[in-house]
Each structure stands twice: as structure tokens, then as C-alpha cells.
Ligand binder design. Structure first.
Ligand code: GLU
Ligand code: ZN
Length: 294
């Protein structure tokens, strides 16, 4: 792989306020890029326009600026990149790798998480009103995650043919993220471990589209006392933006780094300088991190 210039990214979905889990992914990907004198790109993942919250993308960007993040180049919005996704779809279609799926929501729910391939043999014409699935080969896909270690999946039995364009006409996250990472020249993806099991699908898509495979580094998940993922949907608290130093210090500690206690006050710049200089991925925990929300 061409590693001359490290190029990473942060790719938040604009679905709500900045919370600690989002900050963790931002800090991890930023320091990984900065410590290698690389670039760090900002991509707003608003491909799912039905989940977009008005004003959330701007609020998120302002909040990140308040934390002192500096991204390279213009912010990219998935909602403006439909043409790129359309071209990728065309390539897959030419290779006869996609087919329409007419299964109802209920049918799919009854089947469970692995798509059994009911529509695979039907050979229906590609039509606007149906979801499109990518045919997966019975193939083991594995990769070395920089924190987790080796991870593998057999797509056929653990996932099945997956949706790359939804019934409502929107492109699926899996396709959009793969096209964007490739077109933006991302050579390392740093993100939350909740996306670890999406990675084999993304690698498979990269192979089908002839894209280079980036390196991966998945960061630990924040969970509540009951082990549930902390996120916007579970009511994770929005960060108090008047306390960036405090929150950055906590994020660094959660990522296993050991910022000196005296840097937990006032000087944001000092803390970033310390963090970039001492960033060590060997210290990142592999276990979920329990946060007491009270
Ligand atoms: N947009 C995704 C999220 O906010 C992240 C996708 C990625 O980093 O690949 O959870
Ligand atoms: Zn189907």
C-alpha cells in the first residue's frame, strides 16, 4: 500500500449532539493522523437523509472546532456525492453482482440477521422500487486490526448478500463509506468498534470495485452500567462545550493514554501538544469502557 502520506478521516453522522463516544472516535483518528504527520479529513455521513437532524452537522463541526480539531481541506457531505455511488453501482451491475430484493420487512425479520438469498435466483430486472443486494461469494475475509488483532468473517454464512441500495432509493452506508474512503484516498480508517463487523463487507466491496484496502484501527466502545452501548439513541449526555479541556482529558484517559493530571485544566493547546507527542496505540484498551452516566 502507498503509505507515503498518511490519510485518515473522521466521518460522523449528523444525528445529534456531540457526545463522549463521538469525541473518542474523533480524538483517536485525529491523533493517529497527527502523530504520523498525516492528513485528517472530515466527512459528514448524511447519506441516510431520513436520519439527518437539521442543523446537527453544523453544530457538530462548530463543537469540534471548539475542541481545537483542525481538518484538512473542505468538509465532504455524502448527500452531495450520489453520482459517485451511482458509478460504483454501475460497475457492480456490469459485473452482474447485484440483484433486486423484493422480500418484505416481515420476511426478513423472520429470517434473522443473515440473508438466506431468497431473491438471488429470481433474476428480476433491476428496478427503482426494490432494494439492491450485492452477491457475496463463500469466502473468508480477514484483516489485522491494529488494536483488536486478527478478525475474520465468512460473509456467506455470517452476513449473506447485503443491501447496497435501499428500497427507498438511498445508498446504503456500506457502499457510500467504501466509495468515499477510496475516492478520498484514505489509507487508514480509525473508528468505533461497533463497526468492526461491517469491515469484512467493506473489504469485500473494495475488492469488487478494485479499490486499495486501507488499514483499520477500531476503538473501544463506551457502555453504561448494564453493558449497553452509549450513544445518541440511548440518551448519552451531550458534552458541555464550555469544558473542552476537561472532556479531552477524559477522552485521552479512556483511550488508555496517561495525560498528566495538571493538564486537565485550562490550556487546550498544551493538552493537544502532549497528546500528539505521547499518543500510543498499544495503550488503547480492547475491552468496552463502562461509563457511569450519573
Ligand atoms: N458515520 C458512522 C458513525 O457515525 C461512522 C462510519 C465510519 O467511520 O466508517 O457511526
Ligand atoms: Zn429478497
Amino acid at each position: 500500500m502507498n503509505k507515503q502520506i498518511y490519510r485518515g478521516r473522521f466521518a460522523p453522522s449528523p444525528t445529534g449532539d456531540l457526545h463522549l463516544g463521538t469525541l473518542l472516535a474523533a480524538v483517536g483518528s485525529y491523533l493517529q493522523a497527527r502523530s504520523q504527520h498525516g492528513e485528517w479529513l472530515m466527512r459528514i455521513e448524511d447519506v441516510d437523509t431520513t436520519r439527518r437532524v437539521k442543523g446537527a452537522a453544523d453544530a457538530l463541526l462548530r463543537a469540534l472546532e471548539g475542541f481545537g480539531f483542525e481538518w484538512d481541506g473542505e468538509v465532504v457531505y455524502q448527500s452531495q456525492r450520489t453520482d459517485l455511488y451511482e458509478s460504483a453501482l454501475e460497475i457492480l451491475s456490469q459485473k452482474d453482482q447485484i440483484y433486486p430484493c423484493t422480500c418484505s420487512r416481515k420476511q426478513l425479520a423472520d429470517e434473522g440477521p443473515v440473508y438466506v438469498g431468497h431473491c438471488r435466483q429470481l433474476r428480476l430486472p433491476l428496478a427503482e422500487e426494490h432494494a439492491l443486494r450485492l452477491r457475496v461469494e463463500d469466502q473468508l475475509i480477514g484483516f489485522d486490526d491494529q488494536v483488536i488483532g486478527y478478525y475474520q468473517q465468512t460473509l456467506a454464512s455470517e452476513c449473506g448478500d447485503f443491501v447496497i441500495k435501499r428500497k427507498d432509493g438511498l445508498f446504503a452506508y456500506q457502499l457510500a463509506v467504501v466509495v468515499d474512503d477510496a475516492k478520498q484516498g484514505i489509507n487508514e480508517v480509525v473508528r468505533g468498534i461497533d463497526l468492526l463487523d461491517s469491515t469484512p463487507r467493506q473489504i469485500y466491496l473494495q475488492q469488487q470495485l478494485g479499490y486499495a484496502q486501507p488499514d483499520y484501527l477500531h476503538l473501544p466502545l463506551l457502555v453504561d452500567e448494564h453493558g449497553h452501548k452509549l450513544g445518541k439513541s440511548t440518551g448519552a449526555a451531550a458534552l458541555d462545550l464550555s469544558q473542552p479541556v476537561f472532556h479531552l482529558h477524559s477522552a485521552l484517559e479512556l483511550l488508555g493514554q496517561k495525560p498528566p493530571a495538571e493538564l486537565a485544566r485550562d490550556d487546550l493547546n498544551q493538552l493537544w501538544l502532549w497528546a500528539a507527542e505521547h499518543w500510543n496505540i498499544d495503550l488503547i484498551p480492547t475491552q468496552s469502557l463502562t461509563i457511569n452516566q450519573n
